[in-house]
Write a protein that binds this ligand. Sequence first.
Ligand code: PLP
Length: 436
Amino acid sequence: MQRSRSSELYEEAQKHIVGGVNSPSRSFKAVGGGAPVFMEKGQGAYFWDVDGNRYIDYLAAFGPIITGHAHPKVTEAIVQAAQNGTLYGTATEHEIRLAKVLKDAIPSMDKVRFVNSGTEAVMTTIRVARAFTGRNKIIKFAGCYHGHADLVLVAAGSGPSTLGIPDSAGIPPSIASEVITVPFNELDGLRLALERWGDEIAAVMVEPIVGNFGMVMPKPGFLEGLCQMTRDAGALVIYDEVISAFRFHHGSAQTFSAFPDQDAIRPDLTALGKIIGGGLPIGAYGGRADLMAMIAPLGPAYQAGTMAGNPASVLAGLACLDVLREPGVYERMETQAIRLVNGLQASADRYGVPLTINRIAGAFSTHFCGHPVTNYEEAQGSDGERFARFFRLMLDRGIYLAPSKYEAWFLTTAHSDADIEETLDAAELSFREMSK
Ligand code: PLP
């Protein structure tokens, strides 16, 4: 596959944009380097690069594009927003509608506030927790990524880990010392941390279903234990559902049928982003009314945003969540993911390539290793070079995966049976080549 125009643009981009990309996870540094693909157009399950090559897209823009590119209903909402003015700096009725949809789907959120990104949402939940508890420290889990705010960029999963910088430079030791990192999926580390620092902990922050060192389910009892121990310590539970909300069903991880006792895993605060903006920039956070009352203009914790709740993002989000209400959409994504996972595993087995696949509904991650992946350490033990080879071979056959061994494959409502077949054919040939 020829990509000379991408290479030219990459040369040019590097002169003007740091590293040639506006988010490091878009670079190809972890998959052998060189020019990333410059895309020009997306439609449904496909996008096309500047050299005219077509790819089946499993990146889904790192999660948000769950209805595929340029879904007619989402496009119509964006056009409507554009025609009526994209930003007023005032309240609108649209925001109430989206807040209600989120609250209906995620009942732990009595009140909601819109922001512009997942990073902002997470950052503010921590501020609320600190303001409410009068404590400063937080506990997070190794490999969970919560955006790029100072406090959570420690052992931070997919993006930073892919590039070999799990702990970012530029974060003062005084801030890093406010974060305690413990392993995911085992309660002993959390218990020890709470015993040691219990009365200083404002919150325990977790991706209740992990999306940032592959897709990883919490083991039975993990979230229940986490919530109980955190409450016993007088701290708050914050769920980062920036990836997981509306990814597996029309709700979030905390309301997912995989968890039998939802009262036992109910968080105090939740951070959202990605899918709820239908492909436009958005974030939101919400939680118990008494906690949310800490936020200005009601309370003393300040948080604001010129672009927050803008009509374009809100209307696109409403349209996207509406599409996701159509009967059978999640079931279809799951069925296709199962077909893909079965086929990928069969091909890998046929050619002796060790592969562990973690699937949750219509999303899954491929780990080039022979052991299960239930925590960050195990995810780190997958073979990055093998992944890079697979990534390149698939790319050259028109299948676009995230350029990181830690990121997921996301199905969308636009992927067809023929797309799945084409992907499996490409994988069969790729695994065969890898076995040589
Ligand atoms: N939280 C999680 C779980 C994420 O996966 C991400 C981004 O990938 C974020 C927060 C940050 O969101 P954003 O990139 O919109 O700032």
